[in-house]
Ligand binder design. Structure first.
Ligand code: SAH
Length: 242
């Protein structure tokens, strides 16, 4: 009998220690959504549910897992970052993704935003400039079963013309001005969510109507810059040869 009494707290301890070591306590994710996201005004229930489901700690480097659910961006290598959870939620809400929508993401990074978009029912096409990050994100997404995300290495200034047009385009690195190719690949009725600017950036939503594009400014943001592909691989101005 004493053995059984002893074993209960030991089991509890083992469970807590294991879960803390992996940084995957579901209550941390709940708290992240309640305190950082819902409390700041994100109301879309589908977005909140998606943020509760995606295991953010799986998308950050091993040594940063303890910080995975904190209220800030985290380094993911190659000078890049996984965005702050609140920003991912706001962009996902602004995108107004419907199940079955074809969505382009520019700047795969860790793959986390792509996973959130997939949880919203999107078929996601995601492009990442740094090949090592693209490969790592693709492996993470595959391991977690996100088969609706198609990730590839490449220059997001080109978009993904073979899969255009897109109902939604989400850009998670900031170009100085809106890349024309991305606007070209936006479906009528589609929405482009993008940070724009250099030192001073703002989050914008561009909506394509029948008669042109309207722009809405959301709030100031700070993203990593959207970089140009190498000069050896210039973006052609003519129709894409790919
Ligand atoms: N969405 C990511 C955050 C990405 S940070 C996440 O959820 O983790 C921005 C990413 O954009 C970086 O990984 C950076 O390498 C990438 N990037 C920068 N310029 C790019 C370009 N021209 N095309 C595609 N990706 C680019």
């Amino acid at each position: 009998m004493w053995q059984r009494l002893l074993s209960v707290p030991m089991l509890v301890y083992a469970a807590l220690a294991g879960s803390a070591a992996r940084g995957d306590a579901p209550q941390e994710r709940e708290r992240m959504v309640d305190d950082q996201i819902a409390a700041r005004g994100v109301r879309d229930a589908r977005v909140l549910a998606a943020m509760r489901r995606v295991p953010r700690h799986e998308f950050v480097p091993q040594e940063a897992r303890d910080a995975a659910y904190r209220d800030h961006p985290l380094p993911i290598g190659h000078g890049q970052t996984i965005s702050q959870p609140y920003i991912v939620a706001v962009m996902s809400e602004l995108a107004r993704v419907e199940p079955g929508d074809r969505v382009l993401e520019v700047g795969t990074g860790s793959g986390y935003q792509a996973a959130v978009l997939a949880e919203l029912g999107a078929e996601v096409y995601s492009i990442e400039l740094v090949p090592e990050l693209a490969a790592r994100a693709a492996a993470t997404l595959e391991r977690l079963g996100y088969s609706a995300v198609h990730a590839r290495a490449g220059d997001g200034y080109r978009g993904w013309p073979e899969r255009a047009p897109f109902r939604v385009i989400v850009v998670t690195a900031a170009p100085p001005t809106v890349p024309p190719r991305l606007l070209d690949q936006l479906a009528v009725g589609g929405r482009l969510v993008i940070p724009v600017g250099d030192a001073l950036q703002e989050l914008q939503v561009h909506t394509r109507g029948e008669d042109g594009v309207t722009v809405e400014s959301i709030f100031p943001v700070r993203f990593v810059p959207m970089l140009r592909g190498s000069d050896a691989d210039p973006v052609p101005e003519a129709p894409d040869p790919q």
